[in-house]
Design a binder for this molecule. Sequence first.
Ligand SMILES: Nc1ncnc2c1ncn2[C@@H]1O[C@H](COP(=O)(O)OP(=O)(O)OP(=O)(O)O)[C@@H](O)[C@H]1O
Ligand SMILES: Nc1ncnc2c1ncn2[C@@H]1O[C@H](COP(=O)(O)OP(=O)(O)OP(=O)(O)O)[C@@H](O)[C@H]1O
Ligand SMILES: [Mg+2]
Ligand SMILES: [Mg+2]
Lengths: 156, 156, 161, 161
Amino acid sequence: SRELFKDAFERINSNFGEVFRVLFGGGHAEMKLMEDEDVLEAGIEISAQPPGKKLHMLLALSGGEKALTAIALLFAIFQYKPSPFCLMDEVDAPLDETNTDRFIKLLEAYSVRTQFILITHNVKTMQAASTLYGITMQERGVSKVVSVKLAEAVAV
Amino acid sequence: SRELFKDAFERINSNFGEVFRVLFGGGHAEMKLMEDEDVLEAGIEISAQPPGKKLHMLLALSGGEKALTAIALLFAIFQYKPSPFCLMDEVDAPLDETNTDRFIKLLEAYSVRTQFILITHNVKTMQAASTLYGITMQERGVSKVVSVKLAEAVAV
Amino acid sequence: LSLNRLELVGFKSFCDKTELIFSPGITGIVGPNGCGKSNVSDCIAWVLGEQSAKSLRGEKMEDIIFSGTEKRGPLGMAQVALTLKTGLTDQKELVVGRRLFRDGESQYFLNGSPCRLRDIQDVIFDTGMGTKSYFLIEQGRIGQILQAKPTDRRLLIEEAA
Amino acid sequence: LSLNRLELVGFKSFCDKTELIFSPGITGIVGPNGCGKSNVSDCIAWVLGEQSAKSLRGEKMEDIIFSGTEKRGPLGMAQVALTLKTGLTDQKELVVGRRLFRDGESQYFLNGSPCRLRDIQDVIFDTGMGTKSYFLIEQGRIGQILQAKPTDRRLLIEEAA
Ligand SMILES: Nc1ncnc2c1ncn2[C@@H]1O[C@H](COP(=O)(O)OP(=O)(O)OP(=O)(O)O)[C@@H](O)[C@H]1O
Ligand SMILES: Nc1ncnc2c1ncn2[C@@H]1O[C@H](COP(=O)(O)OP(=O)(O)OP(=O)(O)O)[C@@H](O)[C@H]1O
Ligand SMILES: [Mg+2]
Ligand SMILES: [Mg+2]
């Protein structure tokens, strides 16, 4: 199990750096096992450095940079071991237009092996979906599901 | 000071109900002093009930409903005692189109007595600003401020 | 494995029988604030065995049962069924079900017949879905993965190993 | 009272001298992720006396000084000045200033002359600005007002009374 963990850690770590560079258009990200502990117990430190910037603590990243880094880690794990499905509730809310586009491209690439369910208010993300469900409360307090075409959803 | 607090509490509470109804188009919201404690020590409970729905705990409100309720409380306090200025960093991120419009109308009404500085990615909120500053990092890692016209900002 | 269908009745704001069909690729869920989108996410977490009422934004588990509106009375039961397609070529169907009554009685189902929570957990494990933090990112939680304690982050990697 | 001008140099990602002029009504700040918008909000909190490095998203206070990029070296000092217009018809100017050196030495200014933190806090109190939680809503914090403990919510009302 020690071997298994180390192998998973190394491969996810190299995926993490790769996906991070794709999402940020450069830069560097990695996980580190905390030195002083045994491999089977050690916690994981994460460092993320957007392109052209100095390395700061994770805390100093912006709201959008934090969300994008967390997405990179999640997809790095999926690359090692795809999850059959994944539901994401408004993960695109902190992202600007450019980063939303990059996120969607990544999503489309991974949606071959993973089924994604995306809750969103963002029109660009709606456009990436092959099926779109609208939830309405015409009767106040009672949710109903309707299948919508993109044009209707955008009007919401 | 007991009298002063009680007077502030009553007036802010009635404002809170009013502003909540404006932002949600109905419903009911109020603050309650926790019964068992002395007026000078008691904590404050908040209850918020969107129109047509049963009263649930605050925890069960949706992301957008929570943000809108918090905005209602903030403006209720401003109505009692306006703050000379207020900076809001992406408070509109969880809001849908309809609630963003209601938030902006409220902002415009309060901006007579309070100067607002709004950090946002939302085009509708940008349109409500009389002055618009763009921050760019043409040189990676170095922030510069440029004054932008609305048309340019929308392209970001 | 793939998600095929979600059927719910009496779960939070979904008072009437509701069905969502999922197809491969990306499915979007849209709608105004407070209309019930995150309730769908809570519903999937619940039918797959979630035991904490707090992580479903309630105080006690009965809070997930439709509690009524101005015009409708509360219901006495919530029921959800999630149909998964498993096996190499997705030809085997697996239906995971859960039901809760207002008096607190709770039942789990696999392909229509009653089972224990443990059976549901075993099935999920066999399908390779992993823990919730791996396949379900709740609203406002995307930054949490980074803010988690180093030992919690380790769990995420161990899960995958 | 109204905000008139913010001048900053060496504060976080604002390496070069930067100025923002504020007018009455609504001022918008826009830009891509990571460009420095929230750093402006941190800057206003700092010049008005913020003492916690953590609430400025750093570990120690020196973390607010420009730490360099690939092409530029780190700076040794951060300096901010906020000009407020006070008095009935806004004709009196009040300039609040703060400076921090990398060795930890920190200075406060009022209208150009050195003062103590206490003096800044007194001035802010007199202008009716109240505490930070009242006039500065940080990113992702709007929901916190509701999630705060009942006694903390009380502080918000007491502040106004
Ligand atoms: N047991 C219940 N019975 C009836 N309604 C409920 C129940 N539990 C929660 N609700 C309602 O569900 C609503 C919240 O729905 P949800 O969180 O899914 O909204 P949402 O579509 O995600 O909105 P947002 O875009 O703001 O995040 C609340 O207004 C609440 O009143
Ligand atoms: N001391 C410092 N020196 C140089 N750069 C810094 C310093 N402290 C923070 N930064 C940089 O500032 C950036 C964060 O900026 P900020 O949080 O203001 O972004 P933002 O415009 O609010 O973005 P978002 O839209 O994603 O919220 C980080 O990328 C970080 O590298
Ligand atoms: Mg939601
Ligand atoms: Mg920000």
